[in-house]
Design a protein around this ligand. Structure first.
Ligand SMILES: Nc1ncnc2c1ncn2[C@@H]1O[C@H](COP(=O)(O)OP(=O)(O)OP(=O)(O)O)[C@@H](O)[C@H]1O
Length: 482
């Protein structure tokens, strides 16, 4: 804790000045190593000096954690060891510990240099003492805040910081799926990749928005530059601003003394990906808008803007238009971001992709866990396609990881390996039949989910259900599936 008062020196100095002005005495604040952190009057030009050869009263307060009132400085027993006791100019002194819990992190000293000041305080000593206690509590609660902030900063700096160069291949080929929806999404990416316009990717969680953002970067002429990702929901609000904009030396307490480059500057000549943009606090939204419009960033603690050449891609699974109506998202920023809108469809709308994705993940986890698959039970696909996949591709990947974990030495993947919850949900969908019409509707829906909705798929559906195409179209209309 020794550094904490030093780290918040600006605040401590302000308290000392205000106290001195109101009470008309000199004030000193020292830390637990007897360094003078703040001082007024004759102490002012001795701030940041070591007091270990003079601060005998403070040392006692630091050791005992008790307040000390010295009515006769120089003569008091604590002063006996002080080499300056014969020429001590002080007439009165009150020293109060600043504590966090039981730990003393510093001392506030009220010092009088003449009889008038001393009498003034003695006239209403109890009020002064109470006031000092309150100031001490105030400083310690500020110190506690600083400690918490620093802890969060350190924890954060140890984690989440994604800056990837061109070495990692996250190109379009990493986006699997043969469905029309995925094919047309990839086509769009090819068209827009070469421009520098801002992209807003929307889609449910786990649909592959970040994968898409990386692919756009890799397809662009910025591919050799950095891809920097920032997750607005994962970073504590208090740190998001400094993470984005960076800061100069000494910009705020707890900041790295060398200053730090923000993510926007880090992404220079590359791409900056804002994940979960809907979680960005409103005050930062205005700052971001300014960066987007002016193409320059000003670090915290500086007034010098730095030009940046960055392509911005934002992603969200929130309804930003609704957030605008609720005044939780800035309309002007929304339009600035939404220059090129891309929507990643949920997996339940492209069930044709399930088989390819599942096989890919099976291979991935077999390699990782050193297992071998000999056979995949055909009925697995029916179950997989019946399920709605609310967690999208991420959920599919996790399910496959679970199944490969459970895979026995026979190397056969069957529904029995699926997580229980999955089987219950899919089973419910399978057994929940009430009337003939409902059963018919359900069967048609299930067939559509399995085979797809394009013309070729519908031919297969009709064949499987044993009806002609015209009948199928009539029923699709009747049940609202068209
Ligand atoms: N089309 C795809 N092909 C291959 N893997 C995919 C595809 N879509 C998603 N994934 C994989 O699924 C996981 C989730 O994808 P990603 O993190 O890109 O989703 P997201 O939409 O950004 O999620 P969130 O909104 O929760 O941040 C990742 O492991 C990703 O590699």
């Amino acid at each position: 804790m020794s550094e904490v008062l030093k780290n918040m020196q600006d605040t401590v100095v302000k308290y000392a000045r205000v106290l001195s002005r109101i009470l008309k005495v000199d004030v000193e604040i020292v830390d637990d190593r007897l360094n003078r952190i703040a001082g007024t009057g004759s102490f002012e030009n001795r701030v940041n000096t070591d007091m270990s050869d003079e601060g005998y009263v403070y040392r006692t307060v630091l050791q005992t954690g008790e307040k000390k009132i010295i009515r006769n400085p120089g003569m008091h027993e604590i002063c006996m060891r002080c080499p300056k006791r014969y020429h001590c100019e002080e007439t009165f002194e009150i020293s109060t510990p600043i504590k966090i819990g039981d730990e003393v992190i510093g001392v506030i000293g009220f010092v009088c240099f003449d009889q008038q000041q001393k009498n003034h305080i003695l006239e209403d000593l109890d009020t002064y003492l109470e006031f000092l206690d309150q100031i001490s509590d105030l400083i310690s609660s500020k110190a506690l805040e600083e400690i918490e902030k620093e802890k969060t900063l350190n924890a954060f700096n140890e984690k989440i910081n994604t800056v990837s160069g061109s070495a990692e291949n996250f190109g379009l080929d990493k986006i699997l799926g043969e469905s029309e929806k995925i094919k047309s999404l990839k086509e769009k990416v090819k068209k827009i990749a070469r421009s520098s316009s801002t992209v807003l990717i929307t889609g449910e969680s786990g649909t592959g928005k970040e994968l898409l953002a990386r692919a756009i970067h890799m397809e662009s002429y910025r591919a050799d530059g950095p891809f920097v990702a920032i997750n607005c929901a994962a970073i504590p609000e208090t740190l998001l601003e400094s993470e984005l904009l960076g800061y100069t030396r000494g910009a705020f307490t707890g900041a790295d003394v060398r200053g730090k480059m923000g993510k926007i500057e880090l992404a220079h000549k590359g791409t900056l990906f804002f994940d979960e943009i809907g979680d960005m606090p409103l005050y930062l939204q205005s700052k971001l808008l300014r960066v987007l419009e002016q193409k320059e960033v000003t670090r915290l603690g500086s007034n010098k803007p730095v030009p940046v050449d960055v392509r911005f891609i934002a992603a969200t699974n929130k309804d930003l238009e609704r957030m605008i109506r609720e005044r939780a998202f800035r309309e002007d920023l929304y339009y600035r971001l939404n220059v090129i809108p891309l929507e990643v469809p949920p997996l339940r709308e492209r069930k044709e992709d399930i088989e390819q994705l599942t096989k890919f993940f099976i291979e991935k986890y077999c390699r990782l866990f050193n297992k071998k698959v000999i056979l995949i039970d055909d009925r697995l696909w029916e179950y997989m396609k019946m399920y709605d996949w609310p967690g999208n591709v991420r959920e599919l990947e996790n399910t496959v990881e679970y199944m490969v974990n459970m895979l026995g030495s026979d190397g056969i993947i069957t529904m029995r390996l699926m997580p229980r919850k999955f089987m219950e949900d899919a089973g419910r969908a399978k057994d929940d039949i009430d009337s003939l019409e409902e059963m018919e509707a359900r069967l048609i829906k299930r067939a559509l989910n399995i085979y797809g909705r394009n013309v070729t798929a519908k031919k297969q559906v009709a064949k499987k259900l044993g009806i002609g195409m015209a009948t199928l179209y009539r029923k699709l209309k009747k049940y609202g599936f068209d």
